[in-house]
Design a protein around this ligand. Structure first.
Ligand code: 9MR
Length: 379
């Protein structure tokens, strides 16, 4: 309770401090204005739904905030197979192009998401994969990766090449590569690591400057799943695959505790020479009968968001901290869980204590310096 009370108090303090600055004619601080130079602050955005109508001179309120608060965008769905490659040989880049164009117009960078996943594959992949040999699966994946990564070469700074490729503890068979659910890994189940290494090689050849990541949920702390990633990362690196980063998605729920080993987890991947990132942060919770959270939940949410950011700030290999959408009106959570209030702003774009907690940590992280904190601070 003591810690909870501290977060609320500090959030209020930051808010109070920001008002006179704005009144003095200066711009109010934003997440991106306070972020240290070597840490990008991002949000997911669904370009096809929310950016196609973008007019630089007359942005919607959502677009104005997206531009003001973030310097990195992740296409929430627009670069996934089902959106970008709906039929064999047919590519549709309209949504992805809208994200890239918005980012360019607002001096933001783009995190690519994602090239190899068991979910959101188009029906033709699902159907065709029933009879794929490994060679056929490899050909389809190589064409896709070279086409999509090649199109955005020089415009995407990081790619989630492989997403959620490990099962969870609670899945049948426990933590192991998804050689059943993932159609590509399934076709190449005799050598799934060989396929993964080549997926990274194809992406690297298509855009040598993009940093290439593994990415997963339930991958914040040190656990069975991240142990499996740690072993896989070493195997891929030993094979010479151009793996360059490990992303922890950061989809948390207040129904569960917080794993304090997130920084130690980041540090062990960093010690392999990899970058790390928080790629999809949100903190959901069950709501009361009135559809609202209580004060304790609101404070705890701020604390959890902040702990993820602090782990990132404290590890100099952490390149980016991305929220999976910034407003409750566009969050994926209510459609999937009986929970909500997961983002840092309400659907009316009111900033929550979680927002102010992030702003305060970024402000404390000495903007423009790298590493972002003097030794011993925040550790
Ligand atoms: O936010 C995305 C939602 O709009 C899609 O319907 C969903 C489909 O599975 O994917 C969501 O994004 C996921 C991300 O791509 C990978 N990690 C989990 C995210 C939340 O489900």
């Amino acid at each position: 309770m003591k810690r909870v009370a501290t977060v609320v108090a500090s959030a209020v303090t930051v808010f109070a401090l920001s008002v006179p600055v704005a009144q003095a004619g200066h711009r109010e601080p934003t997440l991106r204005s306070e972020a240290p130079r070597d840490l990008k602050i991002g949000s997911a955005v669904w370009g096809q739904r929310h950016l196609l109508d973008y007019n630089r001179k007359h942005p919607t309120e959502f677009q104005r905030i997206l531009a003001a608060e973030f310097n990195s965008l992740t296409p929430e769905n627009d670069m996934k197979w089902a959106e970008v490659h709906p039929e064999p040989g047919v590519y549709d880049f309209s949504g992805a192009d809208a994200v890239v164009a918005f980012a360019r117009a607002n001096h933001q960078e783009v995190r690519g998401h994602t090239l190899l996943w068991h979910s959101q594959n188009p029906q033709w992949v699902v159907d065709a994969s029933a009879d794929w040999t490994c060679e056929e699966a490899r050909d389809v994946l190589e064409d896709h990766i070279r086409t999509v990564v090649g199109r955005y070469a020089g415009k995407v700074y990081e790619w989630d090449v492989a997403n959620e490729i490990f099962q969870d503890d609670w899945d049948a068979g426990g933590v192991r590569l998804r050689t059943e659910a993932n159609p590509f890994l399934k076709a190449c189940a005799d050598d799934p690591v060989g396929l993964l290494g080549d997926a990274f090689r194809w992406a690297h050849e298509a855009d040598p400057k993009a940093r290439l990541f593994l990415n997963d949920y339930n991958a914040e702390g040190i656990n069975n799943k991240t142990d499996a990633y740690y072993a896989l990362a070493q195997e891929l690196l030993a094979d010479g695959a151009p793996l360059q980063g490990f992303g922890a998605q950061g989809h948390l729920s207040l129904l569960y505790g917080f794993d304090e080993s997130i920084q130690a987890n980041f540090e062990r991947f960093a010690a392999l020479g990899l970058k790390v990132a928080v790629t999809e942060a949100d903190v959901r919770m069950p709501l009361g009968d009135d559809g609202e959270p209580d004060a304790e939940q609101i404070a705890l949410q701020a604390e959890r968001y902040d702990k993820m950011l602090q782990a990132c700030v404290n590890v100099s290999a952490c390149t980016s901290f991305t929220v999976w959408g910034f407003d409750d009106g566009r969050s994926w959570v209510p459609g999937v869980f009986p929970e909500g209030y997961a983002t840092i702003m309400t659907e009316d774009f009111e900033k929550k204590p979680a927002y102010y907690a992030l702003l305060e940590t970024l402000t404390d992280a000495t903007p423009g310096t790298s590493p972002r904190t003097p030794p011993g601070r925040n550790s």
